[in-house]
Design a binder for this molecule. Sequence first.
Ligand code: P6P
Length: 336
Amino acid sequence: HEADAHRTDLMTITRHVLNEQTKYPESRGDFTILLNHIVLGCKFVCSSVSKAGLAKLFGLAGETNIQGEEQKKLDVLSNEVFVKALISSGRTCILVSEENEEAIFVDPSKRGRYIVVFDPLDGSSNIDCGVSIGTIFGIYLVKDEENPTIDDVLQAGKNLVAAGYCMYGSACTLVLSTGSGVNGFTLDPSLGEFILTHPNIKIPKKGKIYSVNEGNAKNWDEPTTKFVEKCKFPTDGSPPRSLRYIGSMVADVHRTLLYGGIFLYPADKKSPNGKLRLLYEVFPMSYLMEQAGGQAFTGKQRALDLVPGKIHERSPVFLGSYVDVEEIKALYAAAN
Ligand code: P6P
C-alpha cells in the first residue's frame, strides 16, 4: 500500500513541511523556502559525492581535472554550494559553517529571519574509502531582524527551531525535525525529490550497541571507562553489547537513531572538550535525539542546555537511547 502511496500520492519533503507549517498560521512560507534551498544543497552534494570516486579515478577530484583546472576538494565545494544556496534563499541573516573561521553576515538586501549553522560535509576524510558521510545543520531564529549580531548564533541548543542531517550512503537520506518529531526522507533520483520513507522516527528506549572510538580508552575519565566496561562485561547477567563505530558522525548517529544504542565522543586527557563541535554537530544531533524520544548529555548537563561561548567550540557528547544515556548520567553523577 505504501508503495502505491509513493507512486500516486507523493509525500515530498516540501509538501510534508508545508503541511507541518500550516500549524503556524502566521508562517509566511519562509521556512519552507529556506528548507528548499538546504535540500538543493543536499542534492548537489549527493550527486558530487557519488561521482567523487569516479572523479578521483580520472584525476578530477583533488587534482587538476581534464581541463587542467584545479578541482576543489569536495568539502570546500560543498560549503560554497550551501553558502550560496542559503544566501540566495533570501531567508537567512547569519551563517556559521565548519569551513569558515568567521560567521557570515548576509547582506541586508538578501537578509531573512533565519540563522543556519552547518557542517557541509562531515566525515569527508572518509570519502576516498566509500564510507557514508553527511551534511549536518541547525536552524535558529534571529532575535532582532533589523540588527543581527553574533549573540544570535551563540544561543542554547534548546532554542533551535529545526535541525537535520543528510547522509550520503547507499541511499541519500535526509532526516529532519522542525520541533514536532523526526521524519526521514529518501532521495528518489528518478524524480530528484526527497520522499517520506521514515515517518515519525522514534529511537528504541534501550539499545544493545555502543559506539565509541576505543582507541582513546587510555585517555578516558573514570565514568566513561566504567560505562564501556559494563557494556563489555555486564554484571547484571545481560549479554555484552555490540560495538559499532564507523568514525563518521552522521552514519553512527543514523544507525543509533534507527537501531537504538548510545554514541559517545567523551572528553579525554588530550581533548578536555572532546572532539565534536557544539554548534553544528552536537546541537543538531542532540535536538534530533530528544525529538525522537532519546536524549543527549555532555558529561555535566543536558547537551541542549549548553550556551556556546565561541562558534567553533567543542563539547563531549553521549547521545542515543533514553535508558542507555541515563546509565552514563548516573556514573557521572556518582563521580561528582
Ligand atoms: P575519531 C569525522 O572526522 C568526525 O568529525 C565525525 O564525523 C566522527 O564522528 C569523528 O570525527 C571521528 O573521530 O577521533 O574517532 O576519528
